[in-house]
Design a binder for this molecule. Structure first.
Ligand SMILES: [Cu+2]
Length: 463
């Protein structure tokens, strides 16, 4: 891994410049770029609707795509020009704990008008993203998120284009403004804030032109508060090559793709639709499918499809140790509407569901609705940790672990793909395991943002 830091490099440059008598004007280039969270306006709804007032990085939705090489440094000065305190979480990056962006755990909130320097190494190639971690159920519903793409050292697979598609779900009023009611306990106790308008990269009509038999890498990111996407490609055939940033051991033939909040999927597709046709990415709901992205086929790239792609090079994630001797914890998820939970611990005392809801909590982990004082697990650095999770609720949840990627362990003991966010269906149990190699305090929470705010949050310590 490249370990030369920006500061070390800068120091060296300064010396050279002075020695040769040049004015060190290039030092200006070393001032970190700003990433400014501020208000903006955007044509989110169709053209016959007004523009929408949003919150965005650079005032845009999505925020700027940050592309950097594997092993490089991500350096941005976060400037908070919003009327609320904020932070930035760099989702999926196996990051230096102090840069993880969790208020009260890894840093203080950044007040309006204040700044915070994010500066960290990118150990893994892949598709990651950034978003607020303070009042995220409101700040993300208003539009704050962006992609962080870490490029493979070998330049990545050969494709005709590499597209980042950020899928979002908005709850808009009739005049296309962001609907209020962010603290609506009905949403919090049910599926979360489900919207009424789907966008890809901030537009409800995302489309591009392609050529028959051209090959494209699509990096899909679910940035919605709570909506689960269920996607199929039509007129595009290909492979799933990575999940949550991490390469699969072998590309898998592409079928129906479920993308829970915060999950990512990298796919490679060849255009198999003919000239004059439209290839589609379709999202399926109970009552049918609708296109969320369109690819107009305008020409022929080549007479036949290319050969199947090779796997992406693996990232340097440590191998799991033996699970029999792993440090083990149990996590019971309870609460919500139509659940069996009567109450949970809040503020040091037992509270009934009604009292809890009055205080803004409707879920619990291991009987606690507050963020607990003690970690769910305290692991020594390098230990393999196993967590047995039971979703004893009537709702699906997308469980996200910070600072590490884990594998789901099947009943027969086989380990699944590396992930940072696991979708668990109602009533489902899952066993996850990972090597706790990243020191610090790390959140484990539901990424349905109303659920985490409503009590589905705990943390782990690695020392
Ligand atoms: Cu949830």
């Amino acid at each position: 891994m490249k370990s030369i830091t920006r500061r070390t490099f800068g120091g060296g440059m300064f010396g050279v410049l002075v020695a040769t008598g040049l004015r060190p004007t290039s030092l200006q280039a070393q001032t970190p770029q700003d990433l400014i969270a501020r208000e903006g306006v955007l044509q989110l709804a169709p053209a016959n609707y007004p523009e929408t007032q949003v919150w965005g990085y650079s005032g845009a939705v999505p925020g700027p795509t940050i592309r950097l090489p594997q092993g490089g440094r991500m350096t941005r000065r976060f400037v908070n020009e919003l009327p609320q305190p904020g932070t930035i979480h760099w989702h999926g990056i196996r990051i230096d704990n102090a840069m993880d962006g969790v208020p009260g755990l890894t840093q203080d909130v950044v007040e309006p008008g204040e700044t915070f320097l994010y500066d960290f190494v990118l150990p893994d190639a892949g598709t990651y993203w950034y978003h607020p971690h303070n009042r995220s159920y409101e700040q993300m519903a208003r539009g704050l998120s962006g992609a962080l793409i870490v490029e493979e050292a070998d330049g990545g697979p050969e494709v005709d284009s590499d597209e980042v598609l950020l899928l979002d779900d908005w709850r808009l009023t009739e005049d296309a403004q962001i609907a209020g009611g962010f603290g609506n306990m009905h949403d919090w106790a049910h599926a979360g804030r489900i919207g009424n308008w789907i966008t890809v990269n901030g537009t409800g009509d995302w489309r591009t032109t392609v050529q028959r038999h051209s090959r494209h890498r699509l990096r899909l990111v679910n940035t919605a508060n709570a909506r689960i996407f269920s996607l199929e490609a039509q007129g595009l055939e290909g492979w799933l090559i990575a999940l949550d940033g991490m390469p699969l051991d072998a590309p898998q033939s592409l079928g129906r793709l479920t993308l829970a909040p915060a999950q990512r999927a990298d796919i490679i597709v060849d255009v198999t639709a003919s000239v004059g046709e439209e290839a589609l990415l379709v999202n399926f709901e109970r009552d049918g499918g609708y296109a969320i992205a369109s690819f107009d086929v305008t020409a022929v790239a080549r007479s036949e499809r290319l050969d199947a792609p090779s796997p992406l090079p693996p990232n340097p994630v440590p191998q799991l140790g033996p699970l029999q001797t792993a440090r083990t914890a149990k996590l019971l998820m309870e609460g919500g509407a139509m659940g069996r939970m009567d109450g949970a611990m809040m503020g040091g005392q037992m509270m009934g569901m009604r009292e809890m809801a009055g205080a803004g909590k409707v879920w619990a982990f291991n009987g606690m609705a507050d963020m607990p004082d003690a970690p769910l697990v305290a692991a020594n650095r390098g230990e393999t940790v196993r967590i047995d999770i039971t979703n004893d609720t009537a709702w699906p949840h997308a469980m996200h672990l910070h600072g590490h990627h884990f594998r789901q362990i099947a009943d027969d003991g086989t380990a699944g793909a590396l992930r940072d966010t696991l979708l668990m269906d109602r009533g489902e149990t899952a066993q996850i395991a990972f090597v706790a190699d990243n020191p610090g305090d790390w959140l484990l929470h539901c990424h349905m943002l109303e659920h985490s705010a409503g009590g589905m949050m705990t943390w782990l310590r690695v020392v």
